[in-house]
Ligand binder design. Structure first.
Ligand SMILES: CC[C@H](C(=O)O)C(=O)SCCNC(=O)CCNC(=O)[C@H](O)C(C)(C)COP(=O)(O)OP(=O)(O)OC[C@H]1O[C@@H](n2cnc3c(N)ncnc32)[C@H](O)[C@@H]1OP(=O)(O)O
Ligand code: CO
Length: 135
């Protein structure tokens, strides 16, 4: 398995509109339109940085996987990092064989970029939630 580029750093926020305005108006960032991802329980905006992205995300609907995180971090905070991998199935199987916990049912799902993604348990990766995206 070989780790690829950093696709995005994700920041969970309580108010996506406000966070988007902060990145656009205060920081001069280039932001996308908001993208509702009901199958993932979030709405996201990407900030294009050229060599990588920031993903701003807020909960969408009941049972959002980021709700508990925001209860603990009411102002928001760094939520996950997303790395690209050449073959997400090979990566998943190697990581599982090494004892890492793959979240959900273990099968990749289509993420915000229309590519397969997986999440790895934060406790197995230096206290950091890791997302893998098929390059
Ligand atoms: C895919 C679409 C889009 C994209 O980029 O394409 C996205 O990125 S969507 C992102 C939102 N979806 C997810 O995050 C899915 C994966 N996440 C999960 O399944 C949960 O968030 C989970 C299991 C990581 C945590 O859920 P929850 O907080 O409800 O569980 P616990 O309270 O039991 O937490 C267990 C343990 O982990 C610590 N924790 C939780 N979240 C994080 C985090 N983001 N970073 C680091 N650590 C985290 C939590 O504090 C608990 O630790 P403990 O010491 O036991 O208190
Ligand atoms: Co992400």
């Amino acid at each position: 398995m070989k780790l690829g580029r950093l696709n995005h750093v994700a920041i969970a926020v309580p108010d996506l509109e406000k966070a988007t305005a902060t990145y656009r108006d205060m920081l001069g960032g280039t932001v996308t339109e908001a993208q509702a991802l009901p199958e993932h329980g979030v709405t996201v905006v990407f900030v294009d940085l050229g060599n990588t992205k920031v993903e701003l995300l807020e909960p969408l609907g009941e049972g959002s996987p980021i709700a508990a995180f925001l209860e603990k971090n009411p102002s928001g905070g760094m939520h996950h990092v997303c790395y690209e991998v050449d073959d997400i199935i090979v990566a998943r199987d190697r990581l599982k064989a090494g004892g890492a916990r793959v979240l959900g049912d273990g099968d990749p799902r289509i993420g915000a970029h229309g590519k397969p993604v997986l999440f790895l348990h934060p406790k197995d990766f230096c206290g950091t939630l890791v997302e893998l995206e098929q390059a």
